[in-house]
Design a protein around this ligand. Structure first.
Ligand code: HEM
Length: 524
């Protein structure tokens, strides 16, 4: 070891023996470099730090907390952005929080300083429900397990080949949704609930479809839905313990206790499914089992020598990706009901592309350019995560000429950017055509900082392709198979409520009327 170290420095030690006249020159050069570095460090240390961003003062101890309201945090942040500009700070308790709302400053965060801003600060509820931040969204960027889990999800589970292989499962679930709606023709249906259940079943089938069939499968799906709904409510509540860790022990709102109970139920459910999967693994594989993600994860768990091996808690953490935003279908349907002329264009496109007597298949989706523009416009006006998932700075950095100290919480206010009149013409108007002018200009990859419904950089959503596929399949099928009308006396209400995700304040209830020529087209 010492030998290696000495040999590495031998050029320096030997330099005095050289007789070719190079020594004085190289020595002076070295001294000059050292001198310059010292002077630079001295100058840097003396250089005054950039100031903190501007921002409202708030109250002692509580900071700006009492003024936030939390019901629609993105709107409060947007209002403050109008007063303090595209980068401002607020104290939430003793936590320095920075809100950024311009594409150029977002670029500084997610591109120029992406690594330094790739940390997360998981809220207490998230730490508990993810088996100790063993998921992907709340694990630390610097932890090697985050990298491994993200690779397993993005490259192994959600590869194009795997997604194509799962098509039958997606198709079956979407057909089941259409059949269920058909059985309730003429009655009001809660569209958000319908989308939530369909997505949950759809992902559930892909994750553990092979392990669960028949009655057992239906029972697990039902229980999973029940627990997930309870979880969404608790995760959406702002928790005083996150803001004042010193009093977290008291758990004043009972969130920690509640979420622990939910985790317990999740754990029991996951363990029963895992056990079942392990017991059925020796049975003859069916095509459904072949694409079961649970098996892929369990193989990685069993193979402890593999560099991608996973602990059981990490397997459970990854299974938590089932909690994906399901609100976009409801928002899109609400906007289409509000704009009958846009609804007509979508229906015409569906007839042109799919025909009159065929059911919709996933290969039709890329040809539905107007429907895709409707989805993009829905994401612009109603991004499920309008503030993305907050980041945390791993070191002190300067952004937009202001210092963001290490450990600050950083929100990127995409709602502000998505509705900024300096970027979008008539930003509050729902106009899908704006995405048709230059197709491909605004995609979901987060390279254009004016439009990022799936985030950007190292923490960008790894589920874009699947999310997009599922969403357009569900929406296209609902619009292709049914006409929709509001229940008698009900008004459309497009106001929002922001908790874990941005939801409609009032659930959208619509009555389906069959649209297809023959009833067999509604059967699986
Ligand atoms: C409509 C569908 C979806 C939307 C709008 C959405 C949106 C987002 C957003 C905004 C983020 C935060 C990005 C950031 O902080 O920069 C995120 C993260 C994430 N999403 Fe999605 N997502 C969707 C579907 C999915 C699906 C289908 C999956 C997986 C099957 C998924 C898995 C994840 C994971 C694991 C993260 C955390 C990434 C990390 O922190 O490294 N999402 N998503």
């Amino acid at each position: 070891m010492l030998q290696t170290a000495c040999s590495s420095f031998s050029w320096l030690l030997n330099v005095g023996n050289q007789k070719d006249g190079l020594f004085p020159a190289s020595f002076s050069f070295l001294v000059a470099i050292l001198g310059i570095s010292l002077l630079y460090s001295f100058w840097k240390a003396r250089k005054p730090m950039a100031p903190l961003p501007p921002g409202p003062r708030g109250l002692p101890i509580l900071g700006y907390l009492p003024f936030l309201g939390f019901d629609n945090l993105h709107l409060v942040f947007t209002e403050l952005g109008g007063v303090y500009g595209p980068i401002y700070k607020l104290w939430l308790g003793n936590k320095l929080t920075v809100v950024i709302s311009s594409p150029s400053l977002v670029k500084e965060v997610v591109r120029d300083h992406d690594i330094a801003f790739s940390e997360r600060e998981p809220p207490i509820a998230a730490q508990i429900i993810t088996f100790g931040s063993n998921d992907i969204a709340f694990d630390s960027y610097s932890s090697p397990s985050w990298r491994n889990k993200r690779k397993v999800l993005a490259t192994d589970m959600l590869s194009n080949a795997n997604l194509n292989a799962c098509y039958d499962l997606r198709r079956e679930q979407v057909m089941k949704m259409v059949e269920d709606v058909y059985e309730n023709v003429g009655k009001p249906i809660d569209i958000g609930e319908l989308a939530f259940c369909t997505l949950l079943n759809l992902i559930g089938k892909m994750v553990w479809g092979g392990a669960l069939r028949g009655e057992k499968g239906t029972a697990v799906e039902g229980r999973f839905k029940e627990i997930s709904s309870q979880m969404v409510v608790l995760m959406g509540k702002p928790n005083i313990s996150d803001i004042f860790p010193a009093i977290a022990w008291f758990d004043m709102q009972g969130i920690k206790r509640g979420i622990k109970k939910i985790r317990q139920s999740f754990n029991e459910l996951l363990e029963s499914v895992i056990e079942l999967r392990m017991n059925t693994v020796t049975e003859k594989e069916t095509s459904e089992q072949k694409f079961d993600f649970l098996q892929l994860l369990l193989d990685l768990h069993k193979n402890q020598d593999s560099p991608s091996s996973l602990t059981m808690n990490q397997v459970k953490g990854i299974l938590m990706v089932q909690q994906i935003p399901s609100t976009t279908t409801e928002w899109a349907m609400a906007e289409l009901m509000q704009h009958p002329e846009i609804m007509e264009k979508v229906k015409k496109e569906l007839t042109d592309v799919v025909g009159v007597n065929d059911i919709i298949e996933e290969f039709h989706l890329p040809n539905l350019s107007y429907l895709n523009a409707v989805i993009k416009e829905t994401f612009r006006l109603h991004p499920p995560l309008p503030l993305l998932i907050p980041r945390c700075s791993a070191q002190s950095l300067t952004v937009g000429g202001y210092t963001i100290p290490k450990g600050s919480k950083v929100f990127l206010n995409m709602w502000f950017i998505h509705t900024d009149p300096n970027i979008w013409d008539n930003p509050s108007e729902f106009r899908p055509e704006r995405f048709l002018d230059e197709p491909g200009k605004f995609d979901f990859l987060g390279n254009d900082f004016r439009y990022m419904p799936f985030g950007s950089g190292r923490r960008r959503c790894p589920g874009i392709t699947l999310g997009e596929k599922m969403l357009s399949f569900i929406l296209a099928s609902l619009l292709r198979s049914f006409e929709w009308k509001l229940p008698q006396g009900e008004q459309l209400d497009l106001s929002s409520k922001f908790g874990f995700v941005m939801k409609k304040k009032k659930p959208l209830r619509l009555i389906p009327i069959p649209r297809l020529s023959h009833h067999v087209l509604y059967k699986k």
